[in-house]
Design a protein around this ligand. Structure first.
Ligand code: 13P
Length: 245
């Protein structure tokens, strides 16, 4: 599995923040895993221009390749900036914009057609976890939003429990292990044997202080990091923890 440390800047950052991209790139050496930063759309081009070894990704794309969709950005437009990744199905988009599994699958397909790596996000709410529905929810989200054409070359899947995002709460290592084993088994049951090589990221309150523990879980191939990816000071220790794993 390809190890990947991905940063999701969400709706944070202006051109002044590009110095953090430069500082993160400066801290990378040949032993480090792949690193991707997903800045807001306004920074895709300048982040790509100074990103060096860092891959650049967008945070969403439209399922259509062009057309009358005010305010949206297509996968091919993202690819045109030099970016090579796009996050689809983040829980904040599922909640804020009513995105459904069908829409997310179509977005992932659009990403694939544009030659982008889709980072497809799934994760349960606290209510679902407390009701014992976590694996059922993850299974439904995977079968609903991962397209048939998903391979290790075009897809990464991120497990982000909604209740762990931005809260400082982190599932136990056993809970992460259970979710990631389940995701790997689902991929193997529905896709061909290449599915075992699809990278599975954990996301939700990852910090330098918990990264070593999280990366010790066998089917965790990296992280999708929100708040702690906004600065080199916080993100570089996570990258280095993944290098050690
Ligand atoms: P935090 O790392 O801020 O909890 O955010 C996680 C996330 O949503 C990444 O996509």
């Amino acid at each position: 599995m390809r190890k990947l440390a991905a940063g999701n800047w969400k709706m944070n950052g202006t051109r002044a923040s590009l110095s953090e991209v430069e500082a993160i790139n400066a801290a990378l050496d040949d032993t480090d895993p792949a690193v991707v930063i997903c800045p807001p759309a306004s920074l895709l081009i300048p982040a790509y221009d100074i990103g060096g070894k860092i891959g650049i990704g967008a945070q969403d794309c439209h399922m259509a390749s062009s057309g009358a969709h005010t305010g949206d950005i297509s996968a091919s437009q993202i690819a045109d900036t030099g970016a090579t990744y796009v996050i689809v199905g983040h829980s904040e988009r599922r909640t804020d914009h009513g995105e459904t599994n069908d829409m997310i699958k179509a977005k992932a397909q659009a990403a694939h057609e544009a030659g982008l790596m889709a980072i497809i996000c799934i994760g349960e709410t606290l209510t679902e976890r407390e009701a014992g529905e976590t694996l059922a929810v993850l299974g439904k989200q995977m079968s609903g939003s991962v397209p048939d054409g998903a391979t290790s070359q075009n897809t990464v899947i991120a497990y982000e429990p909604v209740w762990a995002i931005g809260t400082g709460l982190v599932p136990t290592l056993d809970q992460i292990d259970e979710a990631h084993r389940f995701m790997r088994a689902e991929l193997l049951a529905t896709l061909d044997e290449d599915a075992q090589h699809i990278s599975l990221l954990y996301g939700g309150s990852v910090k330098g202080s918990n990264a070593d523990d999280i990366f010790s879980v066998p089917d965790v191939d990296g992280a999708l990091v929100g708040g702690a990816s906004l600065s080199a000071h916080d993100f570089v220790p996570i990258i280095k923890a993944l290098s050690r794993a």
